[in-house]
Design a protein around this ligand. Structure first.
Ligand code: HEC
Length: 204
């Protein structure tokens, strides 16, 4: 009996500890102090952005289907799914102030639509995120760029399947201008991301 009680308190303690550690690493984290290096932009000696390969562990803000302008990316044949993630310290600041801090990174993962395979007599309806095609990055890092935001595309080079390990910044007129014109908040398409949209302060 005593042993059982001990086990229960140990389990309760472990849960509390987990909760604490979890809180310490997420939204409540002070910006710019203790964030892990995976949360801030890293560059090669040539000034190319290194692929932040753990972007899927950032905060997921929204998904879209075929939401793109014709110049945007090489995939014009079918509507693609996109998943957008933001670095946790940037999310925390946006939650507090409605602004994106320096070193914010947003990643947009692009997926082909999954094929609808018949299942016995029943036909599968709808579409799911199939083959992973590319990831594009938006980075706010004035210390390393002449523009407030810089844009990168890590999609595989022609004839390759693996993502690029590093990518060059695009010229302002390729990406920045459309984002500046149509993005709801500071170049970012907040209007399409439910988790950020709900945090927007009402404008008077
Ligand atoms: C003509 C307009 C237009 C151009 C040009 C454009 N984008 Fe975008 N971009 C969008 C739209 C619309 C979204 C929201 C799409 C979604 O969520 O699927 C978006 C979202 C993004 C996001 C997610 C973060 C954010 O800022 O909202 C990234 C990253 C991104 N684009 C990268 C790029 C890159 C890299 C280029 C240049 C090669 C580029 N974009 C050029 C319209 C544009």
């Amino acid at each position: 009996m005593i042993q059982r009680r001990l086990t229960i308190s140990a389990a309760a303690f472990a849960i509390c500890l987990g909760f604490w550690t979890h809180r310490g690493q997420s939204d409540e984290q002070p910006v710019g102090k203790t964030e892990a290096p995976k949360d801030i932009p890293q560059y090669t000696d040539k000034g190319e952005l290194k692929l932040p390969s753990k972007f899927r562990e950032w905060i997921f803000v929204g998904a879209a289907l075929g939401l793109r302008y014709s110049e945007h990316g090489p995939y014009e044949d079918e509507e693609k799914f996109t998943n957008v993630y933001i670095t946790p310290p940037a999310y925390a600041q946006f939650q507090r102030t409605g602004t994106f801090p320096e070193k914010t990174m947003l990643a947009m993962a692009v997926y082909r639509q999954g094929k609808k395979k018949p299942l016995g007599k029943r036909k599968l309806q709808g579409a799911f995120e199939g083959e992973f095609l590319a990831v594009e990055l938006a980075v706010k890092d004035r210390a390393n760029s002449k523009d407030a935001w810089t844009y990168f595309d890590f999609s595989p080079q022609e004839g390759q399947t693996a993502l690029r390990k590093s990518a060059k910044a695009f010229a302002t007129n390729k990406c920045f201008d459309c984002h500046a014109e149509h993005g709801a908040v500071d170049n970012v398409f907040v209007q399409y991301y439910p988790s950020l949209r709900r945090l927007q302060k009402p404008t008077k």
